[in-house]
Design a protein around this ligand. Structure first.
Ligand code: NDP
Length: 458
């Protein structure tokens, strides 16, 4: 895949980039390693100062940066601004909290281990490779970079090939804010070059956000090298609506949860599992509101859903819908690829699914919602858990028993009750099953790439 900015709204290639050659890759790895040796000796206070300066920069540049995101991957401009500002918030969160999260943990009773003093300290690991996707070109990267740099690690970014300008922006941001040269650099490389970088002894760990095949490949390279990996892969999150729910709120949130970021979010609600008592009412309102969304140029303020980021992404999505249609599913709205320029796909609602249709088990990475009817909460939980994914989940109920039941039963990295899944710097984020392993954000996120060194003294 060429490293290029291809405007998904028009299909026009705006700019292509030469990949880095072996010598440039070597130079950047060496620089990242040298930067680690310098950074690990700096204080939290110093790193926090640089991190806050990076947050200031990204806020000052929000308009230009947001335009870049919209140009490269097609999300509505207001959402691109929101993503950019959220990055600044995450940077400040780790600037404020890293030292506390990584504080020395003294054993209260060292005599129990025959010591005069004992405990554990968090130390950085070194250079961490970040393989990142195009759907949140800034946020996915900063979610990793802010805690990594605050811990004293350095980062090498292999961004998705369709967001090179976002990658280059991020590759200079932290240095401009004061971090030592090479602390966070971009490698303009294709996915085939990832193996050699991860094999390099100076690269100590890897984090990947993206598809399951990419995760399997990178995790196996990391495993062969006995290097730590964090994987944040796909999801097919359930959105369960029980009879006691506030139906109007549930519907409005369901529409946003399915279509924000043009439907291309790992934590988007994708499967809507509705109790039979309210299934018909939910379906009618949800379909009406999905059909009423404004599709168009993501630079236009009125647009709610822009194009998909890539042509192949749209083709994959259309194939999933066609497979369901051919096997007897009901398409309640949308479901056909429009003519014309750009990789648009309409908000789509599909009902009457059954086993054997690809959409039942596979992730729909675009504005396609599937509806399931459940007679009991046990059936709702069974449908929710039937995919191989386990990223997040949403539950709508005001019944305390139902709430406890689903919190206990859902196989997912998170349960959001009477709301949609959102990532917050303050809360751990990640999945189970084929959605990956490890956690980002909160205290867990900064500790993932640390050596927890036990110290024992007689
Ligand atoms: P990919 O997983 O292919 O891309 C994500 C990143 O991984 C990119 O930087 C990509 O580089 C890289 N990559 C891909 N394959 C490998 C590999 N074998 N070894 C090393 N690095 C690799 O996502 P796609 O863009 O192809 O999207 C396809 C599907 O992935 C979506 O339909 C969705 O299911 C899932 N996805 C999930 C995301 C999430 O947030 N969890 C985000 C994006 C996609 P390059 O661009 O050069 O190929």
């Amino acid at each position: 895949m060429a490293i290029a900015t291809i405007n998904p709204t028009t299909g026009v290639t705006e700019q292509t980039f030469e990949p880095h050659d072996a010598a440039e890759i070597e130079r950047r790895i060496a620089l990242a390693d040298a930067a680690y040796r310098a950074l690990r000796l700096t204080s939290f206070t110093q790193r926090a100062e640089w991190m806050r300066a990076a947050a200031d920069l990204i806020e000052q540049e929000v308009d230009d940066v947001a335009r870049l995101l919209t140009l490269e991957m097609g999300k509505p401009l207001a959402q691109a601004k929101g993503e950019t500002l959220k990055c600044a918030k995450n940077m400040r969160f780790y600037a404020d909290n890293a030292e506390g999260f990584l504080a020395y943990e003294a054993l209260e009773n060292p005599a129990a281990v025959n010591a005069s003093r004992a405990g554990a300290r968090y130390e950085p690991l070194g250079v961490v490779l970040a393989v990142m996707p195009w759907n949140y070109p800034l946020w996915q990267v900063v979610r990793f970079a802010a805690p990594a740099l605050m811990a004293g690690n350095t980062g090498l970014l292999k961004h998705a090939s369709n967001v090179p300008q976002s990658a280059l922006y991020l590759g200079s941001l932290f240095e401009r804010a004061g971090f030592p040269d090479g602390s966070f650099a971009t490698l303009l490389i294709g996915s085939a070059e990832v193996e050699a970088v991860l094999d390099d002894w100076r690269v100590k760990a890897v984090t990947l956000t993206g598809s399951e095949p990419a995760g399997r490949s990178v995790a196996s390279i990391a495993g062969r090298n006995i290097k730590k990996a964090v994987l944040e892969l796909g999801g097919s999150d359930p959105f369960i609506v029980m009879p006691s729910a506030d139906l109007e709120k549930a519907v409005a949130t369901a529409v946003t949860a399915r279509t924000q970021n043009n439907g291309q979010s790992c934590i988007a609600a994708k499967r809507f599992i509705v109790h039979t008592e309210i299934y018909d009412a939910f379906t009618r309102l949800f379909t009406e509101q999905m059909a009423a969304l404004v599709i168009g140029d993501p630079f236009d303020a009125a647009t709610q859903v822009g194009p998909l980021a890539t042509k192949s992404g749209r083709d994959d999505l259309a194939e999933l819908v066609d497979d369901a249609r051919m096997n007897g599913a009901s398409i309640l709205t949308g479901g056909t690829t429009p003519d014309g320029a750009g990789w648009f796909y309409p908000p789509t609602v599909i009902a009457d699914l059954h086993d054997g249709m690809r959409l039942v088990l596979e992730e729909a990475f675009g504005p396609v919602a599937t509806l399931y009817r459940a007679d009991t909460r046990e059936e709702a939980a069974r449908i929710a858990n039937q995919t191989t994914f386990g990223l997040s989940s949403a539950l709508w109920t005001t019944d305390a028993d139902d709430e406890q039941f689903f919190v206990d039963e859902l196989d997912a990295g998170a349960v959001f009750i009477n709301g949609m899944t959102v990532s917050y710097p303050e809360l751990p984020f990640g999945g189970i099953k084929d959605s990956g392993y490890g956690r980002e954000l909160a205290a867990a996120g900064i500790r993932e790439f640390c050596n927890l060194k036990t110290v024992w003294k007689a």
